[in-house]
Design a protein around this ligand. Sequence first.
Ligand SMILES: Cc1ncc(COP(=O)(O)O)c(C=O)c1O
Length: 389
Amino acid sequence: MGDFAKSEMLKRLPRQYFSYLAKRKNELKAQYEDIIDLGVGNPDLPAPEFIVEELKAAADDPINDQYGPATGFDYLKEAVAEYYLREYGVELDPKTEVAILHGSKAGVVEVSQCLLNPGDTVLLPNPSYPDYLSGIGLAGAKIAELPLLEANLFLPQYGQVDEQTAEAAKLLFLNYPNNPTSAVATPEFFAETVAFAKQHHICVAQDFAYGTIGFDGERPLSFLQTPGAKEVGVEFFTLSKSHNMAGWRMGFAVGNASVIESLNLLQDHIGCGYYGGIQRAAAKALTGDQSSVRNLTATYERRRDLFLKELESTAFKFNKPKGSFYIWLKAPEGFSSEEFMEYLAREVQVLVAPGDGFGSLGAGYVRISLAHSEERLIEAAKRLAQLKI
Ligand SMILES: Cc1ncc(COP(=O)(O)O)c(C=O)c1O
């Protein structure tokens, strides 16, 4: 017996950028002592205690040892609807407008499989979170890029999409607050999105993974707060960042009922439900006290300010993030993203994520994650500031 060949579908999968990065980072970590890794966006703080307690209590309930409903418990869908109404004033029918997901990553991959056939066109921002490529690759769809430029506050310009591409497009990915650029959406931009999507019959998949993390008193907008949004799309939410529950992999999609139905159909065949204890704890997270969420956002804002204060009087160029927990830093003239990453590791033992891993227009940038203690962030920023750039 020899090896078994991969299917054509698997061969279409893109290189997993974060896996590649992890390998290079491990090499650098082995090479240098006391390296500070600001490359990965893995929340560093624990989940709130009352949520963990709920999980522990749920583990004692034998109902959770049995198979649950394939697309999740109704009580969790109701908790999601309660959350959106309370936090955003958005009404959702928990039966038809909420899909429970194995993390929002699973959802943003599945939505491509739900809506795209081989050769179909998808509008994808450049740069963007690399995992959208996984679903697009599995579906065998074609990408038409939407440039995200600093001059346009990293928002796509629909006026620049040619008519033929707009007519061919079936799906459009958005992600605000944005990873990696940390840009946020405006009400006008979301209104333009709805108009564009309606005109060309495109489904909008807005990834709201950093939905609770907005700074300077500005709360990030939910796409569904835009009039008409539900007719044209869905929003993906996750407890990974809002409630420090990344390892729990609990997310959901809300919005357009036909897309929710397709997501549920696919999940009925693939995932077939989630551990009930996690669902019970997730419901508690959504309906319980949200002060930990607000405190966490304040923590990221303080970290942002402390980090950037050290860089204020240097030649480094960056935009002060308005949301998410990333800083999108310009590499100095003459450096590619990867060269700058290697340079920082070598000279000051700080690791960052090269921007071109998020798309060709990320070239010349690196991404810094604030998911680290104040002490380490200040130390890293001081090391950067001492460079003669
Ligand atoms: C933009 C974006 N979307 C989705 C995810 C995945 O989140 P989840 O943990 O819910 O799968 C991440 C995680 O880093 C992200 O940055």
